[in-house]
Ligand binder design. Structure first.
Ligand code: NAD
Length: 251
């Protein structure tokens, strides 16, 4: 049986840990040629050691020149997964202008940079094969529901959905699809850091779990099947959507 991403070249940002890393592995296991990138070059070393077929590149998605330089060296891509993002914790009273600007730069503008850089190749691949796919990381925190202490995070992730729909509308007739992925709370290194930063980490973890009606956090393996689907031809009639994988939080 053919693998689901066979013959496809896919870029992933934030691939040194968490959902990005798990997605890069899932894409490779489905036959894709994967370009896994992260600002944390050391974090990519382990990925490359464990999965030598995955090509790794240090990349800071805040750096436009670096994004453009990498795009110039890669082949035309069939898919990109913009996964990089940061969770700022706080209400409007806790969000300084610098926090606001940083979150927008990393969570939203980075996608503008990568899509702009990779779009010519995506269009060529779409013309040749009929479809190419952009996947942007949003969150359940913005899709249909507000969450406390997520002022700038929720705002940026709502912007990701707006960006996704605009790109989808502009390129729907040219074969380039664009969708957003909206996970619930996923057990990743940064979630563990956020839990550890609470005065009572045990209670904080219980509170994260309590808001999940299925009674547990998501694992990265709950999320990657949706990413594989959205980058594969199985989803070739799907564009401009924000797809929730949230364990029923937004039912
Ligand atoms: P994580 O936060 O544990 O890791 C993030 C990775 O991003 C790290 O490897 C880090 O080095 C990299 N990174 C940070 N700044 C970067 C930059 N400037 N350039 C390139 N890479 C950079 O991973 P995660 O928790 O899986 O989160 C990944 C994405 O998923 C984020 O966009 C996040 O908002 C989103 N998300 C996470 C959850 C969750 O509960 N974990 C839920 C919904 C959405």
């Amino acid at each position: 049986m053919a693998m689901r991403l066979e013959g496809k070249s896919i870029f992933v940002s934030a691939a040194a840990q968490g959902i990005g890393r798990a997605s890069a592995i899932a894409f490779a296991k489905e036959g894709a040629r994967v370009f896994a990138t992260d600002v944390n070059a050391d974090g990519l070393v382990g990925l490359r050691a464990e999965f030598p077929q995955i090509e790794t590149h240090a990349l800071d998605v805040l750096d436009t020149s670096a994004v453009n330089a990498l795009a110039a060296t890669l082949p035309d891509l069939d898919g990109i997964f913009n996964c990089a993002g940061f969770v700022h914790n706080g209400t409007i009273e806790a969000v300084a202008e610098a926090d606001w600007d940083f979150s927008f730069d990393l969570n939203v503008k980075s996608m503008y940079r990568t899509v702009k850089a990779f779009l010519p190749g995506l269009l060529r691949r779409a013309e040749a094969s009929g479809t190419a796919s952009i996947l942007n990381m949003a969150s359940m925190a913005s899709s249909t529901k507000g969450f406390p202490n997520r002022l700038v995070y929720g705002t940026t992730k709502a912007a990701v959905i707006g960006f996704t729909k605009a790109i989808a509308a502009d390129y729907v007739t040219k074969g380039v699809r664009c969708n957003a992925l909206c996970p619930g709370t996923v057990d990743t290194p940064s979630l563990r850091e956020r839990i550890a930063a609470f005065p009572d980490p045990v209670e904080a973890e219980k509170a994260f779990i309590a808001r999940q009606p299925m009674g547990r956090l998501a694992t990265v393996d709950d999320i990657t099947p949706m990413a594989v689907y959205l980058l594969s031809d199985e989803s070739q009639f799907v564009s401009g959507q924000a797809l929730l994988v949230d364990g029923g939080v937004t039912i």
